[in-house]
Design a protein around this ligand. Structure first.
Ligand code: GDP
Ligand code: MG
Length: 291
């Protein structure tokens, strides 16, 4: 999944996405519930146009449930259909087909009026690398249909997977490149492991994650890493965490690299708890769509 998104590659990816999108009735856009903002690419808006879309927040098992509810309410208030799932265990995925039929209710009615009752709705899954596309497809289809990893350049026949509930799912997910123009976005993608972590040196990356965690989950950071002061420098944050965890080398110096690696692994693996790095801005509204 370590893909270099050089401009030629982006142009090709864009063409492939555009072509696939014309073949479907509905696009399932996957984003990471921990970083809903950074894991979406607005270029998809252009590519999808007016085609119905459902935003699927993956990794709900790793995100703060209340924040996820707020994000869903926010998206629904903007007119998007939205749903949160754990694509790994499959929980929440059963809500997708009913929501798809809701999103396509007008089309289904038109089909029924034309005697095309029972026609299947064509759906494709789109998202940045590592967001959970293959897992989601496998969960919907109930079998290991999509390969766990997609390597660009390996083209194969597009196939449809017939799902219960009147949906046909394109078995090849649409790859969307991460939007890396903004520094913060790249950092957030690196925190979650969505992109290579060599955009910054490991210790800087870990220190910045600590700073963000201190904001988003102060009690946890105080308890686990002994960090209670919000104004520490990056070096002080890492130093404090290393001492608290006992990651020292001889002479009493801290093992910064080990501290950084462990911290990043723990966050990515959900071992620090369910922490959403990007807070939702809107309050839930009473008239919501979907689950
Ligand atoms: N905990 C958790 N892990 C997930 C979820 N979705 C995907 N994963 C894991 O994330 C990794 C990448 O998932 P994959 O489906 O291959 O992503 P893709 O690159 O978008 O196809 C795999 O190790 C999955 O098990 C989820 O909702 N929760
Ligand atoms: Mg995949």
């Amino acid at each position: 999944m370590q893909i270099q998104w050089f401009p030629g590659h982006m142009a090709k990816t864009r063409r492939e996405l555009e072509e696939s999108i014309t073949k479907v009735d509905l696009v399932a856009e996957l984003a990471d519930a921990r970083i809903p903002d950074s894991s979406r690419n607005p270029v998809l808006d252009e590519l999808v146009g007016n085609k119905p879309r459902i935003l699927v927040l993956t990794r709900r098992d790793q995100a703060d449930p209340q924040e996820t509810e707020r994000w869903l309410a926010y998206y629904r208030a903007t007119g998007l259909y939205a749903l949160a799932v754990d694509a790994k265990s499959g929980s929440g995925c059963q809500g997708f087909a009913p929501l798809a039929r809701e999103a396509l209710a007008e089309k289904i009615e038109r089909w029924n009026a034309r005697g095309m009752k029972g026609a299947h709705l064509k759906v494709m899954v789109v998202g940045i690398p590592n967001v959970g596309k293959s897992s989601f497809i496998n969960r919907l289809s109930g079998r290991a249909a999509a390969k766990a990893e997609d390597r660009p350049g390996v083209t194969r026949q597009k196939q449809w997977i017939r799902l219960s509930g009147g949906l046909d799912l394109l078995d090849t997910p649409g790859m969307l490149w991460p939007k890396l123009e903004e520094g913060r976005v790249g950092e957030h993608l690196a925190f979650t492991g969505a992109i290579r972590d060599d955009i910054l040196d490991l210790e800087t990356l870990a220190a910045r994650l600590l700073a963000l965690l201190a904001e988003r989950a102060p009690a946890l950071v105080a308890e686990r890493f002994g960090i209670t002061d919000g104004n520490m420098s990056e070096a002080e944050l890492l130093e404090t965490a290393a001492r608290r965890r006992g990651f020292l080398i001889k002479g009493g110096e801290i093992d910064g690299e080990r501290t950084a690696r462990v911290l990043l692994d723990e966050y990515r693996g959900g071992k620090l708890g369910r922490i959403t790095l990007e807070p939702a801005s809107a309050e839930p509204t009473p008239d919501v769509k979907g689950e």
